[in-house]
Design a protein. Structure first.
Lengths: 142, 91
């Protein structure tokens, strides 16, 4: 099927690649179907809502920020969404006035490795920043 | 709003399977214990609101701004870390 995306124009997608967010994303509970696209030449990914062209999140793999964080999230979320070893992403937002790019470490996106189901999990074992400002450069060597 | 008075170690039941117990009162701080099925989500309200707010901001992200702020610094390099390995498995 073909969908209109916010950043990449019209895209052909394989319906099998649609990711089901059974409970949506906090603040967007009604929007449940998304697809992932790579953002070429960057470590970011696009999480585009299938039926809502205007809604496209940008995701980052948190291993670029901290391997310890990834391990902690894996320990807390193993088994959720039917995934023994889920994929973990964090949502990216920007604040143009403050010239900040930031990620939400408290509520990562957890996804089955097969990419069928996913959800946003609020971590409860530890407090992380909801708006962690990415350092520049992202990490040495990146 | 329903208003109830409880003493320490007394609790409330919400439906059949959610218990909220008053564990300790110390000045203006109240320590609560909550027992609920795993599917029930319990958040501190201010964190819940902060996440929702940040999600809204994330949902309105504009690429030009991200590019302007970050792109000179980012180049995709395969990193030897767990989730990128998972990513490879997926593809």
């Amino acid at each position: 099927m073909q969908i209109a995306t916010k950043f990449l124009g019209l895209k052909d997608i394989d319906e099998k690649k649609i990711i089901e967010f059974a409970e949506g994303i906090l603040g967007f509970p009604e929007i449940k179907r998304y697809v992932l696209f790579p953002y070429a030449e960057t470590p970011f990914l696009f999480l585009q809502a299938v039926e809502h062209t205007d809604l496209c999140f940008v995701l980052l793999d948190p291993c670029l920020i901290s391997d310890d964080y990834v391990q902690e999230v894996l320990a807390e979320t193993a088994g959720s969404f039917g995934a023994a070893e889920p994929l973990i992403y964090v949502l990216v937002s920007v604040d143009e006035e403050k010239a900040e790019v930031r990620v939400n470490l408290q509520a990562p996106i957890i996804m089955q490795a097969e990419g069928k189901t996913a959800g946003q999990t609020v971590l409860t074992k530890k407090d992380y920043p909801v708006a962690y400002v990415l350092p520049k450069p992202l990490k040495e060597g990146v | 709003m329903l208003i109830l008075t409880r003493k320490i170690n007394e609790s409330l039941m919400l439906d059949d399977d959610i218990e909220i117990k008053v564990l300790q009162v110390n000045g203006d701080q109240v320590k609560l214990g909550i027992e609920a099925p795993a599917a029930v989500k319990v958040y501190r309200r201010e964190i819940y609101l902060a996440i929702r707010e940040e999600n809204k901001r994330a949902g309105h992200i504009e690429l030009e701004v991200l590019q302007k702020l970050l792109l000179p610094n980012i180049k995709k390099e395969k990193k030897d870390c767990l989730s990128l390995k998972n990513e490879e498995k997926r593809q």
